[in-house]
Every structure is written in structure tokens, then in C-alpha cells.
Design a protein around this ligand. Structure first.
Ligand SMILES: Cc1cc2nc3c(=O)[nH]c(=O)nc-3n(C[C@H](O)[C@H](O)[C@H](O)COP(=O)(O)OP(=O)(O)OC[C@H]3O[C@@H](n4cnc5c(N)ncnc54)[C@H](O)[C@@H]3O)c2cc1C
Ligand code: FES
Length: 329
């Protein structure tokens, strides 16, 4: 199979857009070719029909002395005019091309449009974009911490671990906002248990056990995913002890959650790789809308921002993956 070498704009075909749980869909796209990708990377999706000219040139009616009325269809009706970023949740390559998997949650006009796509529709995507997670070394135990729409990149990471034993910690407000397949063969853990179980199909099939948390206790551990992570670390790696390897944490989700995960990791001297999901307009380093502040590191940053102890980076091209210890949030 031919593999495209460089980031580009591609036309994909929708293979499946399956309802997963409240507001969440799994979108599977087929492309004849797509460049190599790694977990942490994302694509920019045109969440509208790109075959329509939304703002054709036309003369504007203007009555002298009156304000100009709005023109352009994007001002007249809700429209996802800019592309929207989505993390890769999985990929497979076969004789018929590349399949990319996304999981999207309806939060606005673009994701509402995406949710209405049917098998056979075409979708314009741009990518792959951003940097990637550093995969764990042989002596490292990956701990994957995802919250809400931060869960999708954890699924792709689990796929790439290639059977390396890891543990996923996934949290949501409530059970029907968990975009995961809970298998019935293992009983739901009790509400204060952080015992990893093979009860989440997407992780278990890649050898990754999971601890599920819900804020309201409707499934798994009752509380925040950060509380479950902390409790697990204290039990498994007491006072920094490393059993069977050194833990390394990967996280994606709401910023408050990731900030706490980075703190928990920092207090224990554990490396924490954070995939930030700042709102992005272009996704390619042009618009500067996704600035994020990092601790300045002269070895990494050279003379840029000399005299300051912080530096701006772009979440889309320098990230989205940063080290938790570097982020100033
Ligand atoms: C790198 C990256 C990866 C992402 N991966 C996923 C993914 O795998 N699955 C998924 O469902 N979503 C993901 N998102 C978020 C997704 O891009 C937004 O939900 C989407 O752009 C919303 O588009 P919309 O037109 O439906 O909503 P809009 O109408 O544009 O916005 C609806 C509401 O959501 C808020 N909003 C939009 N984008 C963000 C954001 N990034 N952070 C916080 N609030 C936001 C808006 O301020 C507004 O209040 C990712 C974002 C980034 C930056
Ligand atoms: S999204 Fe445009 S510069 Fe990052």
C-alpha cells in the first residue's frame, strides 16, 4: 500500500459514524493514503460541506445612511466555517487504504454537523498535525489518564503500546458520557476500588487494564479520575518505590484535570506527558490563537525570550504534547 509522505489536505470517505453514548460518536474514515501518524497527533476536519460556495461574490444592497446588513452565509446561520481539531483515536492500514478513527462529542455547530454524517459521505481532512507522545521505554509502565474528549488519544496510544502492559484511568461525569465499550464479563468495581480491570474492550484488546471513574458514582470509582490515579500510585508505588518498572503518565482531558495530573506526577517525580486541547483555528502555526505559556528552558529555547523565565509556544505545532513540568497553564 502506498503511504503519503507529507501533511496535506485529503478527501476521506465515511465508513461508519456510530452513536457510542450520549453526545458521542465514533467516526471511521477511509482514505486511499495518509502519512504515518503517532498517538497525540490530530487532524483538522472541515465540519461543513466543502462543495458549497458559502460566500459567493455578489453586490451588496446598501441604502445610503443605513448600516450595512450582515452578508455571507456564515453570519446568517450557524456554520462551522473554520476546521475543527480532533485527536486520532485509532488507525489501521490495509489493502483498501488507511482507516482513521475519531471520537467526537456534540458541543456546537461543527460537531452537530459531524454527527449527521452517514456511511458513504465524504469528509475533507487536513493532517497529520502536531507532535506526538514519546512512547514508553522498555523499563517504563505507561499510565494513560483521560477525561471526557481526552479519552480518544488514549485509545490510539493503547493501540500503539503493542501489548506492553499499561493501565488506563478514564473519567467522565456519569456512565452514559463514557465513550467506551464496557464488557459484561467482569463485574463493575465497587465505588472505592481502583483495581485495574479488563472490562473496557478498547483497552483490554491491547493488553491495557482500566480504572473507570464517574463523578456521580454511576459506574466504577466514585470521584475524579485524578483521585483514583493518586490512590493507585500511593498503593502501587509507595514513597517513590518502583515495582517492575518506572511509571510514566500520559494525559489528555479538561485543563483542570490535566493540571492536577501534572501536579500529582510532579510531586512523585514521575514524567507526565500532557496533550493540551486549546481551542485552535488553523492548527498549523499561522493564526497564533493557541498560545500556551511554558517555563523557559535555555537548552531548548536558545536566546528566545531571554531575560524571562517563561516562553510562549504554540499548542498546535510545538504541541499538543508538552511535559507537565514545563506547562505554566
Ligand atoms: C488538539 C485537539 C484535539 C481535540 N480532540 C477532540 C476529540 O478527539 N474529540 C472531541 O470531541 N473533541 C476534540 N477536541 C475539541 C473539539 O475540537 C471541539 O469540541 C470542537 O472544535 C467544537 O466544535 P463545534 O463547532 O462543535 O463547537 P463550537 O460551536 O465551535 O463551540 C462550542 C463550545 O465549545 C467550546 N470549545 C470549542 N473548542 C474548544 C476547546 N478546544 N476547548 C474548550 N472549549 C472549546 C466553545 O468555546 C463553545 O463554548 C479537540 C481539540 C483540540 C484542540
Ligand atoms: S491554531 Fe493557529 S497557530 Fe495554533
Amino acid at each position: 500500500m502506498q503511504t503519503a509522505a507529507a501533511r496535506d489536505q485529503y478527501s476521506s470517505q465515511v465508513i461508519e459514524n456510530a452513536f457510542l453514548c450520549r453526545e458521542h460518536y465514533r467516526l471511521v474514515l477511509r482514505l486511499p493514503q495518509f502519512p504515518p501518524t503517532e498517538p497525540g497527533q490530530f487532524i483538522q476536519v472541515a465540519c461543513r460541506d466543502t462543495g458549497i460556495s458559502y460566500s459567493p461574490e455578489r453586490e451588496i444592497d446598501w441604502v445610503e445612511g443605513e448600516p450595512l446588513g450582515p452578508s455571507g452565509v456564515e453570519l446568517m446561520q450557524p456554520l462551522g466555517f473554520l476546521r475543527r481539531p480532533f485527536s486520532l483515536a485509532g488507525r489501521s492500514d490495509g489493502p483498501d487504504g488507511v482507516r482513521l478513527e475519531l471520537i467526537h462529542r456534540i458541543v456546537g455547530v461543527g460537531t452537530q454537523w459531524l454527527s449527521e454524517l452517514k456511511a458513504g459521505d465524504t469528509l475533507d481532512v487536513l493532517g497529520p498535525l502536531g507532535n506526538r507522545f514519546r512512547l514508553p521505554a522498555v523499563n517504563e509502565i505507561p499510565l494513560l489518564v483521560g477525561g471526557g474528549v481526552g479519552i480518544p488519544p488514549m485509545l490510539y496510544l493503547a493501540q500503539k503500546l503493542k501489548g506492553k502492559k499499561g493501565i488506563a484511568f478514564c473519567g467522565a461525569l456519569t456512565r452514559d458520557l463514557l465513550p467506551l465499550t464496557i464488557t459484561g464479563d467482569v463485574p463493575a468495581p465497587s465505588q472505592d476500588s481502583t483495581e485495574p480491570l479488563n472490562n473496557i474492550d478498547e483497552f483490554a484488546r491491547n493488553g491495557v487494564a482500566a480504572v473507570i471513574t464517574t463523578d456521580d458514582g454511576s459506574y466504577g470509582f466514585r470521584g475524579f479520575v485524578t483521585q483514583a490515579l493518586e490512590r493507585y500510585l500511593d498503593r502501587t508505588f509507595p514513597a517513590g518505590k518502583q515495582q517492575g518498572g518506572r511509571p510514566v503518565i500520559y494525559t489528555c482531558g479538561p485543563e483542570g484535570m490535566m493540571k492536577r495530573v501534572a501536579e500529582i506526577a510532579g510531586m512523585r517525580g514521575i514524567e507526565c506527558q500532557v496533550a493540551v486541547e486549546r481551542a485552535m483555528a488553523c492548527g498549523m502555526g499561522t493564526c497564533q490563537s493557541c498560545c500556551i505559556r511554558l517555563r523557559r528552558d535555555p537548552a531548548r529555547d536558545g536566546r528566545a525570550f531571554e531575560g524571562k523565565d517563561w516562553i510562549y509556544k504554540l499548542a498546535c505545532t510545538d504541541g499538543p504534547v508538552f511535559l507537565g513540568k514545563d506547562l505554566l497553564w
